[in-house]
Design a protein around this ligand. Structure first.
Ligand SMILES: C[S@@+](CC[C@H](N)C(=O)[O-])C[C@H]1O[C@@H](n2cnc3c(N)ncnc32)[C@H](O)[C@@H]1O
Length: 242
């Protein structure tokens, strides 16, 4: 294999994964219920990746219109293939999730809002919400009393990481109120890390130095999580504009 750029190494690691961050269909069902998303809703999956949740949204709300957007062409193509059986009811496009048209009854954003920041995303999405519209998003969250090792590792990965209170503060400062919150621990992370471990093992033989470095980094993250899975979560927040 000839040497890859860092972006190519990243995309090689992530190609063929069912999802690109922690998550579980049951949590999405919970969010739809807390948000009161109607059967015929218009929904956006913002930062949809390869479309794991786009698929669940289409199944959970069989009469809804679903738009999905991601900036990476490879993920968009994968999501389009997976959702093709739903026809025109599901539209996946390449684009910037900070620029949504709407009006949406629900903007769903799993493991992607941190690319923009909670405050900036919630402010940008407000004009794209229908009357009574909601946003549901997941955001990395330090659980109470983390070890220094966990705090150091996760804040090196994501400098803006906070605890639950910090997430609530950012929601309030953006002019939204919390309708429900749910901590994703355990199964949601296994759904992401188990397939990734298999992918890492399959790519190890013959990996170029850049790819090997990407595999090492992903392995270190999984090892850190396995060492202390109760120190880090994704907080799933359902919020509404004030
Ligand atoms: C950690 S992945 C999560 C993907 C998916 N929601 C899931 O849970 O499997 C984050 C995704 O956000 C996308 N992303 C980041 N910034 C974006 C932006 N400004 N516009 C659209 N997509 C973006 C990335 O390309 C990536 O697919």
């Amino acid at each position: 294999m000839s040497e890859l750029s860092q972006d190519e190494a990243f995309l090689t690691l992530y190609s063929d994964l069912a999802r690109e961050g922690p998550g579980a269909p049951a949590d999405l069902g919970w969010a739809l219920s807390v948000a009161g998303t109607p059967a015929t809703a218009r929904i956006c999956d913002a930062g949809c990746g390869s479309g794991a949740d786009t698929l669940t949204l289409a199944k959970e709300r069989p009469k809804a219109q679903i738009d999905a957007v991601d900036k990476i062409a490879q993920f968009v193509t994968a999501a389009q293939k997976r959702t093709a059986p739903f026809g025109d009811r599901v539209q996946v496009r390449q684009g910037d999730m900070a620029r949504l048209d709407g009006p949406y009854d629900l903007i769903w954003c799993a493991g992607a809002i941190y690319f923009i920041g909670i405050g900036q995303a919630l402010r940008a999405w407000r004009p794209a919400l229908a009357t009574g519209g909601r946003v549901a998003f997941s955001e990395p969250c330090m659980l109470p009393r983390p070890s220094q090792a966990a705090r150091d590792f996760w804040s090196a990965e994501y400098a803006q990481i906070t605890d639950m209170e910090g997430i609530r503060d950012r929601v309030a400062q953006a002019g939204y109120r919390v309708l429900g919150e749910n901590l994703q621990i355990g199964a949601a992370w296994e759904n992401y890390y188990l397939p990734m471990e298999r992918r890492i093992a399959s790519l190890r033989p013959g990996a170029t130095p850049t790819l090997a470095a990407a595999l090492d980094q992903a392995e270190a993250e999984i090892a850190r999580w396995r060492a202390a899975p109760s120190e880090i979560a994704y907080a799933l927040m359902v919020v509404a504009p004030e």
